[in-house]
Design a protein around this ligand. Structure first.
Ligand SMILES: Nc1ncnc2c1ncn2[C@@H]1O[C@H](COP(=O)(O)OP(=O)(O)OP(=O)(O)O)[C@@H](O)[C@H]1O
Ligand SMILES: [Mg+2]
Length: 505
């Protein structure tokens, strides 16, 4: 609080002082003090629901605090709208991007700020070139935004902010949907923005990323600041302790190998899909967790989609519990006892106004229907309660509308959806993206628990830690082919990377 400013420190840009924000009975922020220094990257970390997005939204004028003060360069201020915040130089790149997919990069960058003087297109093209040059962000101005990969769309959002002369950009989980290479590029962009005097408030669940990119870190727990200070004073371990309020002994639950006699649940033989992958063969046994590792684009997700019936294979065959298995649609796969948590769940099939319970049981309503065609809500409640507890959904009651849950808790709900009705084969594509460290462990516990109950589990993951920590067996794909198999108990990072990248250079 207004203490001594160490020599060489940059000036305070914005401060939250005693900020409180409630949503009905939920206290999202409870007398929060945060000081963000100009030209620094300030990370906000905390569990799902800790209040990170809420704090970001208050800074960016998306939400107004119920109590407390906001100081901008020492002067008290209040933002009644995002527009008002932007006028003072603050804006937000949200957890969900908000671009117009059918328009070009150029149009999206300047949308809403078209000049009324002179020929817009020429002027915009000049300004665009100036911006990309100044901030070192390369993008083709005429590309259609909807056709760009997420990583590029994010750059568009950042340029959009810069075009509006933003001095502080709040980035809410900017790397949650990026590959590790894309995330690295974004981190470089963020550092270079800070180097050019732009202040960045950076929300992330990736603690190594936070330690690499941030100057300062604020840890939030249950809407309160646990501590706030230089990132250099934190370690992965100290952050985890601060975030969850206890030490997590191990990131992964112990693995019990499947019994030698465990039957094969899924057998994949010479499976191919033209243009995606070729000649992929492997088996997953009951009680076994197999991870599919490899670089993004190596065909892992595509294999999963074929097994789930979302895409059709062009060659090869599969068997489920020894029976020929030719899923023609996800619906049939589900009926056959296959469940899949798809990638980028946030955008998939979520009904924001409906309750968590309804969202969880929606694809399974058939299970809860009586002979007369009525939904047996009793059974539905019990099952929804079971599966949401299994993924560690706390705080949010299962009766709350989905829209009121924090981003990570929405993900957990959608994960829970696929636990309804005890599937035989559980497929998951990047199951812990955007989920906090405590909840990650929760999801690992769920996967290990499912395997222990005799389910066959097949996981695509780009997080090496996860691949190594979770799997009984690791399959590595490269360029659409299966290039190796490793024993999860003894495999090393290097072995996985060498297989993923090809022969050691
Ligand atoms: N519009 C809203 N209506 C009701 N409750 C809300 C609303 N927005 C947030 N909350 C609640 O406020 C708390 C803080 O949510 P917030 O989104 O800030 O969490 P977060 O730290 O960003 O979590 P995550 O890591 O999951 O994104 C949560 O309990 C959440 O359910
Ligand atoms: Mg959030």
């Amino acid at each position: 609080m207004g203490g001594i400013v160490p020599a060489g420190n940059s000036q305070t840009y914005v401060e939250l002082r005693g900020v409180t924000k409630r949503f009905g009975g939920t206290v999202a922020l409870d007398h929060v003090d945060i000081t963000v220094r100009a030209g620094t990257v300030h990370a906000l970390v905390g569990e799902n629901g800790a209040g990170k997005s809420t704090a970001g939204k208050i800074l960016a004028g998306v939400l107004t605090p119920d109590a407390g003060r906001l100081l901008l360069r020492g002067a008290e201020t209040a933002f009644r709208s995002p527009r008002a915040a932007l006028d003072k130089g603050i804006t937000m790149v949200a957890q969900e991007l908000s671009l117009v997919p059918s328009r070009s990069v150029l149009e999206n960058v300047f949308l809403g700020i078209e000049s009324h003087r002179g020929p817009f297109v020429l002027e915009a093209a000049d300004r665009f070139a100036g911006l990309t040059e100044e901030y070192g962000i390369g993008l083709a101005p005429d590309a259609i935004v909807g056709r760009l990969p997420v990583a590029e769309q994010q750059k568009v959002e950042i340029l959009r902010a810069l075009a509006r002369r933003a001095e502080l950009i709040v980035m809410d989980e900017p790397t949650a949907r990026l590959t590790s290479e894309q995330a690295e590029t974004l981190r470089r962009t963020v550092r270079s923005l800070a180097g050019r005097g732009v202040t960045v408030v950076y929300v992330s669940h990736f603690l190594d990323e936070v330690l690499a990119v941030a100057d300062d870190v604020t840890i939030l727990r249950d809407g309160r600041v646990i501590r706030s200070g230089p990132a250099a004073g934190e370690t992965r371990r100290s952050l985890i302790e601060g975030i969850v309020g206890r030490t997590i002994e191990a990131a992964f639950p112990p693995r019990r190998p499947p019994a030698p006699s465990a039957p094969v649940v899924l057998q994949v033989r010479a499976l191919s899909r033209a243009g995606s992958f070729e000649d992929v063969g492997f088996a997953v046994r009951a009680g076994e967790i197999v991870t599919l590792a490899g670089l993004v684009g190596s065909g892992r997700s595509e294999v999963l989609r074929c097994i789930f019936g979302a895409d059709r294979a062009s060659g090869g065959s599969m068997a489920l519990d020894g029976e020929p298995y030719e899923p023609r649609s996800p619906r049939r796969a589900i009926r056959g006892g296959v469940a899949m948590v798809p990638e980028s769940r946030k955008t998939h099939g979520l009904l924001p106004r409906r309750s968590v319970r309804e969202n969880v049981t929606l694809p399974h309503l058939g299970r809860f229907v009586t002979a007369g065609g009525f939904v047996r809500t009793g059974g539905e409640w019990v099952e929804a309660g079971r599966v949401t507890a299994a993924v560690g959904l706390t705080g949010a009651t299962i009766a709350s509308p989905m829209a009121e849950l924090s981003g990570g808790n929405q993900q957990k709900s959608l994960f829970a959806r696929w636990l309804v009705g005890h599937p035989r084969l559980f497929l998951a594509d990047e199951p812990t993206r955007g989920v906090d460290v405590g909840a990650k462990r929760g999801i690992y516990d769920v996967l290990v628990g499912l395997a222990a109950e005799g389910m066959a589990v097949l996981v695509v993951s780009s997080e090496l830690e996860e691949v190594l920590g979770l799997a009984h067996r690791i399959l590595v794909m490269r360029g659409g082919r299966l290039v190796g198999e490793l024993d999860g108990a003894v495999a090393t990072r290097t072995e996985v990377m060498e297989l993923a990248f090809g022969a050691a250079a």
